[in-house]
Design a protein around this ligand. Structure first.
Ligand SMILES: [Zn+2]
Length: 253
C-alpha cells in the first residue's frame, strides 16, 4: 500500500467541469430572463403608486384651497391679465395651490420627460403668448369659469366623486388646463383642433393615468373609463345642465 492516487483522476474532487459551469451559467441566464420582466413590472408599479400618491396629495391641497375660498375652485391661466408675461404673478392654480403643497414635485412628476421646462428653454426667445411648461398636470377647464373671474363652487357640481378635476398633462405641452368641451366627437368651430390626445398624458402608467376628482380622491384609470364620446360616458362635465347651456363660443381658447 502507498499514498499515491489510484490513477482515476488527478483533478481535485471539488472543482467544476466545463459542462457543469455552462449549465450553471445557462440556469442563471434563464432565471434572469424570467425575473427581469417581473422587476421591470415592479418598477413600473412603484412609479404608478408614486404618481397616485402625488395625485392624492393634490386632491388634499385643492380641498384645502376650496375650504379657504368659500367653496370656490382655483382658476386657470385664462384669468391672466392682458400683457401677462412669464415671471409676472400668475393667477393659475399652479401658484394658487402651491401654498397648500409641501413639494415642487406635486407640480412636476419625476416621470415627466418634457423638455420645455423654463430652465431648459430660452424663455425670452419664445413667441408672444407662448409659455414654458409649468406643471405635469392640467385642471379641467369646465371648472375654471373664466367669464366672471371666479371658480365654480362645490355645490354647483352634480357628482364631485365622479367629476375629473386634475389629469396628467401631455408631455412637452404648456397649458395648465384641458378643454374637454372641445374633445373629439364634441368639437365646435372655436376649438376644432383640440383632441384629448393632445392634452392628456393618457398612458404613462401601465396603460392608464392617475386622475384627481373634485371630491379630492385620486384613482388610476384608463382614459377611456373617464371619457367615451361613442357611449356618451363623460366624467369631465361637472353639471349637465350648465354644459348644455354654455355654448362653445363661451370658452375663450
Ligand atoms: Zn384654454
Amino acid at each position: 500500500m502507498n499514498c499515491l492516487p489510484t490513477g482515476r483522476t488527478s483533478r481535485p474532487a471539488t472543482a467544476f467541469t466545463l459542462i457543469e459551469l455552462l449549465v450553471v451559467i445557462a440556469i442563471i441566464a434563464i432565471l434572469a430572463a424570467m425575473l427581469f420582466p417581473i422587476f421591470a413590472q415592479a418598477r413600473a408599479k412603484a412609479r404608478a403608486i408614486n404618481s397616485l400618491s402625488n395625485s392624492r396629495n393634490f386632491g388634499l391641497a385643492i380641498s384645502m384651497y376650496i375650504s379657504d375660498h368659500d367653496e370656490a375652485l382655483p382658476l386657470n391661466s385664462h384669468t391672466r391679465p392682458l400683457g401677462w408675461k412669464f415671471g409676472d404673478p400668475d393667477p393659475s392654480w399652479v401658484d394658487a395651490v402651491q401654498p397648500y403643497v409641501k413639494s415642487q414635485l406635486m407640480a412636476r412628476l419625476p416621470d415627466d420627460n418634457s423638455n420645455n421646462w423654463a430652465e431648459m428653454i430660452d424663455v425670452a426667445a419664445l413667441a408672444p403668448g407662448k409659455t414654458p411648461r409649468l406643471t405635469s398636470y392640467r385642471t379641467n377647464a369646465y371648472l375654471n369659469n373664466n367669464k366672471n373671474g371666479t371658480g365654480w363652487v362645490l355645490a354647483e357640481i352634480d357628482a364631485p366623486a365622479s367629476c375629473v378635476y386634475v389629469s396628467e398633462s401631455r408631455e412637452n405641452t404648456a397649458s395648465d388646463h384641458t378643454h374637454p368641451m372641445c374633445w373629439e366627437g364634441f368639437a365646435a368651430s372655436t376649438c376644432v383642433s383640440i383632441g384629448s390626445e393632445t392634452e392628456v398624458e393618457k398612458r404613462r402608467y401601465q396603460g392608464g393615468a392617475n386622475y384627481t376628482f373634485v371630491d379630492g380622491h385620486a384613482k388610476w384609470h384608463k382614459f377611456e373609463q373617464t371619457y367615451n364620446p361613442r357611449t356618451g360616458l363623460d366624467w369631465w362635465i361637472p353639471n349637465k345642465k350648465a354644459a348644455a347651456q354654455y355654448s362653445r363660443s363661451y370658452w375663450q381658447l
